[in-house]
Design a binder for this molecule. Sequence first.
Ligand SMILES: Cc1cc2nc3c(=O)[nH]c(=O)nc-3n(C[C@H](O)[C@H](O)[C@H](O)COP(=O)(O)OP(=O)(O)OC[C@H]3O[C@@H](n4cnc5c(N)ncnc54)[C@H](O)[C@@H]3O)c2cc1C
Length: 586
Amino acid sequence: ATITDASQVASKTFDYVIVGGGTAGLVVASRLTENPNVSVLVLEAGISDEGIFQIQVPFLGPTVLPNTPLDWNYTIVPQAGMNGRTFAYPRGKLLGGSSSANYLFHQYGTDEDWNRLGSVSGDAGWSWSNMKKYVQKHEKFTPPVDGHNTTGQFIPKLHGFNGLTSVSLPGASTPLDPRVINATQTSSEYPFNQDMSGGDHSLLGIGWLQSSAGGGVRSSSSTSYLAPANSRPNLTVLVNATVMKLIQTGTKNGVPSFKSVQFGSSPGTGSTPGGGAPTTVSAKKEVILSAGSVGTTQILQLSGIGNQRDLQAVKIKTIVNSPKVGYNLGDHTLLPNLYNVQPGSSFDDFLRDPNQINDAVNQWVTTKTGRLANNVVNNFGFARLPRNATIFKKNKDPAPGPKSPHWEVIFGNFWFNPGIPQPSTGDFLVVVSVLLNPTSRGTIKLKSNNPFDKPLIDPNYLTTDLDIFTMRESVKSINRFLAEPTLSNYVVSRFGDNFVSADDDSSIDAYVRSLTTTIFHPVGTASISSKNSNNGVVNPDLTVKGADGLRVIDASVFPFVPSSHTQGPVYLLAERASDIIKAAKY
Ligand SMILES: Cc1cc2nc3c(=O)[nH]c(=O)nc-3n(C[C@H](O)[C@H](O)[C@H](O)COP(=O)(O)OP(=O)(O)OC[C@H]3O[C@@H](n4cnc5c(N)ncnc54)[C@H](O)[C@@H]3O)c2cc1C
């Protein structure tokens, strides 16, 4: 059951204590408690997701974060590659974690992403030939809410129909859809792609978005994995519980064991800010860190597991000197390229009109159909730099293989520019470009040894020639695509001074650096590396190097950002990790 009172678990021991009831954490909790003889406690800092309207309605996805009570409200340090700008770095803080608060794009990365993980880790079990079976276990492909004929919009054999998380094609069409899809018939750079889920089917080209929603409602790890498991007597989920650190509980085979967890009530939920006296719980078998790329990194460091120099700087005694904790932070960037389009041809007036929005809300409440039952966009796609691009004379191709994309394009027929409100007039097209295989790497470090202080997050975006080159080429490529016949008579002009004047390489670079932010896919700060390598934080079975009784299962273990949106890869990772734990001997 989900409980809010820490005294119900204080000083108790469970087989497994999972830190973080987010995307990965709830998959693992659900799978481990399939065995009635195994007891699991989940500690989640945020609140329950139950009954929160905004997170259930797919169209409202982009409004859940940032800067709401459901967000960790992080801000990144000023970015040298972005004119010294700083901006919000949202992370879901509620059951389901970021899967309860994200934009619902659902895909699995490419087979080449997984095969690279298999080879970097030295564990072929991470390769696509083994991982693909987890799509069937995870996914429940569901008809769209408008009941339209989906033939030709996806490839059934790539999907699971009996898994737990609902995934569906768009359930409300937009006037932009035929323009984009028809443009793929004439574009040589962006051919039509019949299925955008990835794996061994190429992501290149443009096709129909698949969203983590079913019946017009968001499907998160909470609604899909926790809900069917939450009545099990062997599963306890405590919310409002911020884990402060892990406690060493002795040693095994000469390495320190970390089987106790100290937590306080989350700020704002207890009688004392930050929670009063901390509570301790213990695990018989393992503690599993699933607090996400930021939370897991922070907890490792607070527990004395990290880079000795960094820990010394904040007066934390090093128990395991693990130099790569908090390093290798990789993320995808988001550039909202905005265009003025023909008057009356966008959703901007809908978004400005409270009466139309009220009608849409009523329709969603009564029938779970209509605009709000759908994601905010219907079409997106992926592209690569040409093999002979000049940048490859001095730089290695950063993609995991020749079929994997370098950037993504996302089409929305409305104003979208995170942090900048919609203008009071005008009709807009946004084509977001996303850098997929960044070579810039950043860090997450503690600001102090206070667990309630926000860490210093430095993604170090756009600091390599390759990254800025790729973003620049993505902008040029989008402009070329918009010149295709079905779009050229729709797009009136570029929007924004920097974009209007972005006509040569240096002005495009200036434009990119002035407007790019994040698409929220941080990974890599607790990377997997092979068993005997020190160039990582966890072993191929996700146990923490140099520690006993501790595993990390979340996005932080991916050494490279997958070439797609990241929730699908996290779900598959957590499914396999659950199998690894089930097979472990203690
Ligand atoms: C705004 C936004 C939009 C996104 N859009 C998409 C999208 O459309 N498609 C897609 O595929 N991906 C998207 N992503 C990314 C995707 O959601 C994440 O990569 C994925 O959900 C990460 O899963 P995780 O398990 O690593 O972490 P999370 O799901 O973030 O889970 C971490 C959990 O740990 C909890 N926690 C953290 N610290 C502590 C602590 N000290 N004590 C207790 N609990 C703690 C958190 O509250 C959270 O519940 C988006 C992310 C965001 C933030």
